[in-house]
Design a protein around this ligand. Sequence first.
Ligand code: PEP
Length: 252
Amino acid sequence: MTRRILIAGNWKMNTRSAAAASLAKGVVEAVGKSPAVEIALCPPSVYLATVSEVTAGTPVELGAQNLYAAEDGAFTGEVNAAMLTDVGCQFVILGHSERRQLMGETDACVSKKLHAALAGNLTPIVCVGETLEQREADETESVIETQIRGSLEGLDEARAAGIVIAYEPVWAIGTGKVASKEQAEAVHAFIRDLLGKMFTPDVAEQIRIQYGGSVKPGNAAELLSQPNIDGALVGGASLKAEDFAGIINAAP
Ligand code: PEP
């Protein structure tokens, strides 16, 4: 089974409209017309339309960093799946560790968002990952299992194959500390095995599992060449077109 590598840039709460447009242009120019891998940019929601104008008609896709799991209505400050597809999104990042830690998002909340994303024809990128304390206490697998089972609650086999999981060890996000290829591959293999038990081994083979946590042009090749690493969710290094392109070009 060949899973197409997906490199997604999570811009987090960075850029302004001119910088967002110029960063998106830089990526579009750098990747050309037929990149070997799938590429998505996830700008702040207020700049989705700006970036969409640049990426429309190019191979670079668009993703949001969050959504609210409800139809239109009285939800001040929120944005739903229909609005995201309306501005051209194909992807939405869900359950990023920053949202789990700073906004108190739980697995149950991520699961609601997952179902809303799928109902709205968005591909969810569901983030999971352990803290340093949890890794040191040998709890990585149990933490990841709880997060995946909870975040994917109620997901049926037919839809499971199309989702993306991002394994992002919290201790490696924005810290410059990258998981070694062996550490990352071991967790990715564990996740695939778990998905095989939750769905079927065939479905698990189709689900893409990205790695995220201080991915840079210099370490991307060894991570992306691991058998169970199917892409990267990139934070800091996605804010410079040449660095992001360097990661894309490092894909095997
Ligand atoms: C992220 O926040 O998704 C991330 C992986 O950030 P960084 O690449 O900066 O570690």
